[in-house]
Design a protein around this ligand. Structure first.
Ligand code: 0WD
Length: 254
């Protein structure tokens, strides 16, 4: 389908071919979008470069969201190549895996701050830059998890961060609405990715979802990609400030 024909945008958070961001990138490219990817550091560059090649995507460079100058550099590259953009996907989160197990009450100040900076503030930092290039309106999408709404074992400080991320989506949606820029989140069910492997008992959480979700299975990155396509295309022109569950229905029973 040509749903994204003529649209250009940035996808942040591809670490490898199992990343949710990669599932979204493929769905968008299939629908005709022109895509730019960033990578975090040289180790990931080796993974992301060939993936960018597969989609004829622009490699917009290294971006560590804790370093504002690297965010600026990415948006300068986009301004130079394209001038204007239509969408941004933010699929970035981090927390020390030693604190994604056991009790939330034992979270350290240092990891709390770092988790919030990388997983929450980065959406606002990126949106502020994207706004300037979205001169023809746009759609911004982030990834969240049910642990924002209910206590999930081991999700701990990341659950607190996702709650703040979801609130950010609503505030950003209001700030940018008069420019026809929409801001939404997909709350994805558990998927075995690099980031997920850091969460304690992840396999158990995955199984629990499979037994209990209405669809009796876990969601795939391809399915998250298809839902992202809806939120990033004009199909969802009237939707903003929304947290859309793509979790095989788990949130209805969990
Ligand atoms: O079950 C899951 N996998 C779910 C993930 C369920 C619901 C939501 N999510 C969310 C995650 O919290 C995250 O926000 O989806 C988003 C994407 O996560 P993912 O696809 O599960 O994980 P992964 O493939 O590891 O990509 C996340 C990437 C990082 O990978 P690693 O594993 O190297 O930390 O986020 C990027 C990095 O590429 N990232 C950063 N990018 C720029 N600057 C930074 C940083 N400081 N830190 C992490």
């Amino acid at each position: 389908n040509g749903l994204m024909e003529g649209k250009r945008g940035l996808i942040m958070g591809v670490a490898n071919n199992r990343s949710i961001a990669w599932g979204i990138a493929k769905a968008l490219a299939d629908a005709g979008a022109e895509i730019a990817l960033t990578y975090q550091g040289d180790a990931l560059r080796k993974r992301v470069e060939p993936l960018a090649g597969e989609l004829d995507a622009l490699l917009a460079g290294h971006c560590d969201v804790t370093d504002e100058s690297t965010i600026d550099a990415v948006f300068e590259t986009l301004a130079a190549h394209w001038g204007q953009i239509d969408f941004v996907v933010h699929a970035i989160a981090f927390s020390d895996k030693d604190e994604l197990t056991g009790r939330y009450v034992e979270t350290s100040r240092a990891n709390f701050t770092k988790t919030m900076d990388i997983s929450v503030f980065s959406l606002t930092a990126i949106t502020a830059r994207a706004e300037k290039l979205m001169t023809d309106g746009g759609s911004i999408l982030t990834l969240t998890y049910y642990g924002a709404e209910k206590v999930m074992p081991h999700y701990n400080v990341m659950g607190v961060a996702k709650a703040a991320l979801e609130a950010s989506v609503r505030y950003l949606a209001v700030d940018l609405g008069n420019k026809a820029i929409r801001v939404n989140a997909i709350s994805a069910g558990p998927i075995k990715t690099l980031a997920a492997s850091g969460i304690g008992d992840f396999r158990y959480i995955l199984k629990w979802n499979e037994y209990n979700a209405p669809l009796k299975r876990s969601v795939s990155v391809e399915e998250v990609g298809q839902s992202a396509l809806y939120l990033l295309s004009d199909m969802s022109k009237g939707v903003t400030g929304e947290v859309h569950h793509v979790d095989c229905g788990y949130h209805t029973v969990g």
